[in-house]
Design a protein around this ligand. Structure first.
Ligand code: GRF
Length: 218
């Protein structure tokens, strides 16, 4: 069966992009990354993609007169590469309602908190401040409200005594690197559907020993 054609949007380090690249290199993985777009020329993720032989494009938001014009350029590039699913991976631009609508249920994001807790920035600092015992990450379909939309996969990590934002971020990031490939695999296998703004996953997903839900396939 043809693999799902994925475009990844990044702005920086690209460790989630790397997790997706590594997963997609595995035998039988149902998706392939065909394009990586960065809005920043200096994004480290661009090197990761190039190293993996993935096409890269830099589309600098500052060169466009409006958000809509920037998003139109993104849209055009994605369509030119026949992208079927867009994965935001540390992409630090808010997408316009038109773009989000055009890619409805074909546009996903990873956010470093257990949504709906802590949308927005500085999630680890805020989790520590709030004193939550569990924190984590969420992979979700994108809607025009920021960090909102049907939840596909969440992974929880404990907040430990002695944590600072950096230590907690590191623990969450390790969970992100497992949650995002799992979500992509489920979508690409055609097992994810949105029903009334909630995600339903078809079929069983075996245990991983991690607080990852739905549980990962072995
Ligand atoms: C991740 O924590 C992601 O959840 C957030 O931004 C960070 C990006 O990291 N949206 P990387 O660029 O994938 O390493």
């Amino acid at each position: 069966m043809a693999r799902l054609r994925v475009g990844v949007l990044i702005s920086g380090r690209g460790s989630n992009l790397q997790a997706l690249i590594d997963a997609a290199a595995g035998a039988g993985f149902p998706a392939e990354i065909v394009l990586t777009i960065s809005n920043r020329r200096d994004a480290q993720g661009l090197e990761r993609a190039a190293k993996a032989g993935i096409a890269t494009q830099v589309i600098e938001h500052g060169k466009f007169a409006s958000r809509e014009a920037f998003d139109a350029a993104l849209d055009q590039a994605l369509r030119a590469s026949r992208v079927e699913l867009v994965c935001n991976a540390g992409f630090m631009r808010i997408l316009s309602a038109g773009f989000v609508e055009a890619w409805r249920d074909r546009l996903v994001n990873i956010h470093p908190s257990l949504l709906p807790a802590f949308p927005g920035l500085h999630t680890h600092e805020r989790a520590l401040e709030a004193g939550v015992r569990l924190h984590g990450c969420t992979v979700h379909f994108v809607r025009s409200k920021v960090d909102d939309g049907p939840i596909i996969v969440q992974a929880a990590v404990p907040v430990l005594a002695g944590d600072d934002a950096e230590k907690l971020a590191e623990r969450v990031l390790a969970a992100e690197h497992r949650a995002y490939p799992l979500a992509l695999a489920l979508i690409a296998a055609g097992r994810v559907r949105v029903e009334g703004e909630r995600v339903v996953i078809r079929g069983a997903v075996p245990a991983t020993g991690m607080l990852l839900n739905p549980k990962a396939e072995s």
